[in-house]
Structures are given as structure tokens and as C-alpha cells.
Write a protein that binds this ligand. Structure first.
Ligand code: SF4
Length: 313
């Protein structure tokens, strides 16, 4: 898996968006389940990162009656260069949103509920209490369902991380997103070391049963050595669940793809990650943090998921 030495900056954008290789061309099934999922989401007026981030798996996931809820509004206070979510001054939090998310999860029959949010640097707690309220509402309305949160870095604030963990999600996910060298060019305000610190702080003590998870996008111009370093850093931070996926340019306003990684190389990374001690690795071109997240919870060894296996999202 040796590759040439890195260029000091991100690669030059190609003249147009790159043609997708065959393994990234998604077939769009027209199934009733997709429309049913859409109807529930519209009816409850809840947002999903599936739409906001223009996820390539939306057809597959929604057709499985799964989705990832995006709470705390539709405007992010950051402007990461890989992400299509709108940047802007956010609106006040909607106190009813946790209840609507919980009801949407019930109507979709989710057994594993994945919650994420825009970064809310305008709020003193970064939106942590809103996360907590949403987890609690989901639990009340969906007895037995497992909950996974994909959180922003809360500017590294320990109290905000503790607030989210107070609601005991089964999985605490914070993405490292990319390798150390590319972080300043790819992410906005977030730093590589702070993200590792967030994961370190969230690492469960012996009496706590949640798991920490993180993910990297590949194809932004990173080298194999840099990816290997990021995996080692994540393990050193106590992270044991991992996703690796291909970065895809959501619109022309985001960073171009530097390289399409062949599925065989994703398989090679999965092997290497497992050898480093990650308990569960999902690695492939179309993998996203929440892609088949229910499988990950189901595959955890008995007793490592507080509420047992999940079935959806
Ligand atoms: S992978 Fe996640 S964000 Fe993408 S469509 Fe599926 S649930 Fe939504």
C-alpha cells in the first residue's frame, strides 16, 4: 500500500467534477419504502443528514426505512470544505424537535437511531443539551432502541461531552474526517488533536457501556503512511469502532476528489485496522459514518451494547 510522497497542499482541482468509477455508480431503486420514509420525515418536519449532506446512499437507506436525523437546525456555524450543509447564522433551537425526532423514529420502526447535528458554536454548550434531550425523548418513545450520536467537537469542552454522555447513548461517534496534514484545509475550526481529545474524553470507564467510534474519508490526497498514522492515533485515543469511506465532492463548491480509492484498497485498510485492534470496521467506497450503523451495533460482542442488537438506520 505504498504511495508516492505527499504534496504539501491539497491537489489542484480538476477542470470539472471527475467521472465516477463503476464501483461508485449507485442504482436508484424506486421502492415504496423510500416514499414511506420520506412521508414520515416530512410529516414530522425533521431533517436528515442524508439530504443535507447529499449522501450517495440516500436511496438505499431510505428504502430500508433508515435515515440519520440532523438536529439543532439546518445552518452550521462552520464551513468545512468537504460538507454541503449550509453555513450561516443558526435559528434558535426548537424545543419540540426532540419529540418529533422520537416520533419519526417510532413511525419508521427504527431499532437503532442515529442522531447528528450541525455545529452550534453560537451556543454556550455547542448544542449538547439538545442532543441529551433528543436521546432521552428517543428512548422514551422507542423502548429497546439503541442510540448512536455523531457529534461535533464542542470546541473540546469537557462539560458538553459529559452532557451528551449523561443520556448514555450506546455509541458516541466523532469523526476525525481526514489525516493530520490535510485537516486545516479540509475542516473548519476543528483540529486533528482536538478531535482525538474529544474521543479520549468520551472513552468509557469500566462502569460505562457505550463505545466510541470515528471515521475517515479517503481520497482527499492523503498518503498511506498518513492514514496508518491516523488509525494508530485513533486507537491510542481508545476508539474501537471505525468507518472508512470514499470522499465524494457533494457540489462544485466543495473540495474536488483527489483520488478514487479502489474497493480492494478499502478491504486492505479494513484488515490493517482490525490488526491494530479496532473491534469493528466498516470500510468501502460508499461507507459513511452512519451507513449500516445498525449492523455495527448488532455485531458487538454480547454485553457491549447496553440494550442489545438494533435493526434499523
Ligand atoms: S449512509 Fe447515513 S447519511 Fe447516508 S443515507 Fe444512509 S443513513 Fe443517511
Amino acid at each position: 500500500m505504498t504511495r508516492p510522497a505527499p504534496s504539501p497542499t491539497l491537489p489542484c482541482p480538476p477542470a470539472g467534477r471527475r467521472r465516477l468509477p463503476p464501483w461508485l455508480r449507485v442504482r436508484l431503486p424506486t421502492v415504496r419504502a423510500f416514499a414511506e420514509t420520506e412521508a414520515v420525515l416530512r410529516d414530522q418536519a425533521v431533517r436528515t443528514v442524508c439530504e443535507s449532506a447529499r449522501c450517495p446512499n440516500q436511496w438505499e437507506c431510505w428504502s430500508r426505512h433508515t435515515a440519520t436525523f440532523m438536529i439543532a437546525g439546518d445552518r452550521c456555524t462552520r464551513a468545512c470544505r468537504f460538507c454541503a450543509v449550509t453555513t450561516g447564522k443558526p435559528l434558535p433551537l426548537d424545543a419540540q424537535e426532540p419529540l418529533r425526532v422520537a416520533e419519526a423514529a417510532r413511525r419508521m420502526g427504527l431499532r437503532h437511531v442515529v442522531l447528528t447535528a450541525v455545529a452550534r458554536d453560537d451556543l454556550p454548550d455547542g448544542g449538547a443539551e439538545h442532543f441529551r434531550q433528543t436521546i432521552l425523548a428517543v428512548r422514551r418513545r422507542n423502548p429497546g432502541a439503541t442510540v448512536e450520536v455523531l457529534v461535533p467537537d464542542f470546541n473540546g469542552d469537557a462539560a458538553s461531552i459529559a452532557t451528551v454522555l449523561d443520556a448514555r447513548p450506546e455509541v458516541f461517534n466523532h469523526n476525525l474526517e481526514t489525516v493530520r496534514r490535510l485537516t486545516p484545509a479540509v475542516r473548519s475550526r476543528a483540529t486533528y488533536d482536538r478531535s482525538l481529545e474529544v474521543l479520549r474524553r468520551a472513552h468509557p470507564r469500566s462502569s460505562e457501556a457505550w463505545r466510541t467510534k470515528s471515521g475517515l474519508m479517503l481520497g482527499l490526497g492523503e498518503t498511506d503512511q498518513e492514514v496508518a498514522e491516523a488509525l494508530r492515533d485513533l486507537r491510542a485515543a481508545g476508539c474501537d469502532l471505525l468507518t472508512l469511506g470514499q470522499y465524494l465532492q457533494p457540489t462544485v463548491r466543495q473540495l474536488p476528489v483527489a483520488e478514487f480509492i479502489h474497493p480492494d484498497r478499502f478491504a486492505g485498510w479494513a484488515q490493517r485496522a482490525r490488526a491494530l485492534g479496532f473491534d469493528h470496521v466498516v470500510s468501502g467506497p460508499l461507507v459513511r459514518s452512519s451507513y449500516h450503523a445498525d449492523d455495527l451495533v448488532r455485531d458487538l460482542p454480547a454485553g457491549q451494547s447496553r440494550r442489545g442488537p438494533g435493526g434499523g438506520t
